[in-house]
Design a protein around this ligand. Structure first.
Ligand code: KIV
Ligand code: ZN
Length: 515
C-alpha cells in the first residue's frame, strides 16, 4: 500500500494575503466550496486575528463547508490562538496552525529574541491550542535558512508539547531541491520523537523551485504539501496545487505515493480562483494554462492524431478541461444549458437557473452564439450580481467618436430610488464613471483598470476588473458585458456596493460598541 501525501490548501490564507484587494466573505465561501470539491485534506482559510472580516469569513466557512479539516493561522501568541480557536469552533474537523520564525536572521532582526525564547513561546502556544483541538500544526517560519540542529531542538519540543504536524517552510523560496531534501532527512534521523508527527512542507516560488522542492521533500519523507491553486501567494507565489497533485498522479510509478485530489475538479477551481482573485493564469502555465493541451506544430498535431500519447502525457479531461465545445443559441432551452453545465462540472446548486437563463437569452440575442466560456462567466457574474444591492444599474448610454469628447448618461437606482446623470470625458468609460460619481455623490479613486476578453475573436465578452480606493481601503470590482463601457460601469458599481456593505458593517460595530 502506497503512502498518502496530504494536500493542505492555503489559497484562502497565503494566497489571499497577496491580493491587491481582499476578497469578500461571499467570494471566500464560494472558493472554499470549490477547494473542498477538490477533496483536499486540509484547507487553511484565514488568519482570524488579522481583522474582524477575516474572523467572520473563517467562522462562516467552518460552519458551512464540510469535508476537509478547516484550519486557521495564528502567531505563537495567546490572543491569536484564542481567536483562531473561537473562529473554528463550529467546524466538524478543525486545526490550529501556529508559527514562529526560527532562522538567525528572523530571530535577531524581526523578533529580537533567542531560539530558546522562541521555543518557549512555541511550547506555550501549542499547549494553549491543544485546549481547542487535538489537531495542532506548528511551523518554523524560514526553516529553509535555519541551521538543522536548531530546527531539531525546536521541533522536538513542539512535538512534546502536542503538535501533530510539523511544517518546515522555505518562506523566501531560497533553497534548492537537494538542500530541502537533506533538511527533511536530517530531521527524520535526528529528532527522537519525529515519528509522532507528520512532516509538512510549504515552499515559496521566488526562484521558481516551489514545486520541485515540494516533490524533493516528499521523496525524502515529507507527507503533507502546503500549496495554493494556480500557485498564488506572497511575492512569486506558493507551490501550485494542480502541479504537485498531477506530478504525484502521473508519476506514481516513480514516487510511490498518492494524494486524494479529485483531479477532474482542477480546471474549474483554477478558473474560479483566477476570476474571483483577479489573477490571470499565464497561457503556458502547466496543467491549467490555456495552451497546456494545445498542439500547434504540424508534426505534433499529426502525432497526436495517430496516437494521443505521442505528445500528451495526460488528457485534458483528466484535469477537467471540457473535451468538446457545444455552441448554444437563443433557441437552446433550459435543459440544454443545464446539461452542458453538468458536463462542465457545475451542479444545480451552483447557480440560479432563472436569472442565468435570463442573462443567457440577452447574450444570445446580442451575440448569436453562446459558448462554454460565456456560460461559465455568466455563472460567476450572476453570483456576484445581487438583486438586493444598494446600487443598481438601469442603463448606460454612451457616445464617442475620434473628433469630439465622449459623453455618457447613466440611469441607476440607489436603495430603490431612480436617478439619472450625464457627463463628458476623454472617452466613454471616463464619461460614464463621472456620471456615476454625480449620481452617487461619492468619489472613488480608480487606481487600476484592466480590460480583458472572455472568449475568442470579435464576439468575445469584455471583462473589466478595477481596483479602486475609498477611505484608505482597496476594493476589487469586476464587470462582464458584450459592451465594454457597460462592463466598466458594472465593475465600478460593484465597487460602490462593496463600499456600502463595508460601511454598514462598520456602523453596526459602532452601534454595538455604543449599546
Ligand atoms: O511562508 C511561511 O513561512 C508561512 C508560514 C506562516 C507557514 O506562510
Ligand atoms: Zn507562506
Amino acid at each position: 500500500m502506497q503512502d498518502k501525501v496530504w494536500i493542505f490548501d492555503t489559497t484562502l490564507r497565503d494566497g489571499e494575503q497577496a491580493l491587491k484587494a481582499s476578497l469578500t466573505e461571499a467570494d471566500k465561501l464560494q472558493l472554499a466550496h470549490a477547494i473542498s470539491r477538490l477533496n483536499v485534506d486540509v484547507m487553511e482559510v484565514g488568519f482570524p486575528i488579522s481583522s474582524p472580516a477575516d474572523f467572520r469569513a473563517v467562522q462562516r466557512i467552518a460552519t458551512e463547508v464540510k469535508g476537509p479539516i478547516i484550519c486557521g493561522l495564528a502567531r505563537a501568541v495567546a490572543k491569536d490562538i484564542e481567536a483562531c480557536g473561537e473562529a473554528l469552533k463550529t467546524a466538524e474537523q478543525r486545526r490550529i496552525h501556529t508559527f514562529i520564525a526560527t532562522s538567525p536572521l528572523h530571530l535577531q532582526h524581526k523578533l529580537r529574541m533567542s531560539l530558546d525564547s522562541a521555543t518557549e513561546m512555541a511550547i506555550k502556544s501549542i499547549k494553549l491550542a491543544r485546549q481547542y483541538t487535538d489537531d495542532v500544526e506548528f511551523s518554523c517560519e524560514d526553516a529553509g535558512r535555519t541551521p538543522h540542529d536548531d530546527l531539531c531542538r525546536i521541533v522536538e519540543a513542539a512535538i512534546n508539547a502536542g503538535a501533530s504536524t510539523i511544517n518546515l517552510p522555505d518562506t523566501v523560496g531560497y533553497v534548492t531541491p537537494d538542500e530541502y531534501a537533506a533538511m527533511i532527512y536530517h530531521l527524520r534521523n535526528n529528532v527522537p520523537n519525529i515519528d509522532k508527527a507528520r512532516l509538512s512542507v510549504h515552499c515559496h516560488n521566488d526562484l521558481g523551485l516551489a514545486v520541485a522542492n515540494s516533490i524533493a521533500a516528499v521523496q525524502a519523507g515529507a507527507r503533507q504539501i502546503e500549496c495554493t491553486i494556480n500557485g498564488i501567494g506572497e511575492r512569486a507565489g506558493n507551490c501550485s496545487l494542480e502541479e504537485v497533485a498531477m506530478i504525484i498522479k502521473m508519476r506514481q510509478d516513480h514516487l510511490k505515493v498518492h494524494t486524494g485530489i479529485r483531479s477532474e475538479e482542477i480546471y474549474r477551481a483554477s478558473r474560479q480562483v483566477s476570476k474571483i482573485c483577479n489573477m490571470p493564469v499565464q497561457p503556458n502555465k502547466a496543467i491549467v494554462g490555456e495552451n497546456a493541451f494545445a498542439h500547434s506544430s504540424g508534426i505534433h498535431q499529426d502525432g497526436v492524431l495517430k496516437a494521443q500519447n505521442t505528445y500528451e502525457i495526460m488528457s485534458p479531461e483528466s484535469v477537467g478541461v471540457p473535451s468538446n465545445q457545444l455552441n448554444m443559441t437563443s433557441r437552446s432551452g433550459r435543459h440544454v444549458i443545464e446539461h452542458r453545465l453538468a458536463e462542465l462540472g457545475y451542479q444545480k446548486g451552483d447557480y440560479d437557473m432563472d436569472s442565468l437563463y435570463e442573462s443567457f437569452l440577452t447574450l444570445a440575442d446580442q451575440k448569436g452564439t453562446v459558448y462554454d466560456y460565456d456560460l461559465e462567466a455568466m455563472i460567476y457574474f450572476n453570483q456576484i450580481k445581487d438583486n438586493d444591492e444598494q446600487y443598481q444599474l438601469q442603463f448606460v448610454n454612451s457616445t464617442s467618436n475620434s473628433q469630439s469628447v465622449a459623453s455618457a448618461t447613466i440611469g441607476m437606482t440607489i436603495g430603490g430610488v431612480a436617478y439619472q446623470e450625464a457627463a463628458t470625458g476623454n472617452g466613454p468609460v471616463e464619461a460614464s464613471f463621472l456620471a456615476i460619481e454625480r449620481v452617487t455623490g461619492m468619489q472613488v479613486d480608480v487606481i487600476e483598470y484592466n480590460l480583458d476578453a472572455t472568449g475568442q475573436g470579435a464576439s468575445s465578452l469584455g471583462q473589466v476588473d478595477i481596483i479602486a480606493k475609498y477611505d484608505g481601503k482597496q476594493y476589487h470590482g469586476a464587470g462582464l458585458a458584450a459592451d465594454i463601457v457597460e462592463a466598466s460601469v458594472r465593475a465600478l458599481i460593484r465597487v460602490y456596493n462593496l463600499i456600502y456593505r463595508a460601511q454598514q458593517v462598520s456602523d453596526l460595530k459602532q452601534q454595538r460598541k455604543a449599546g
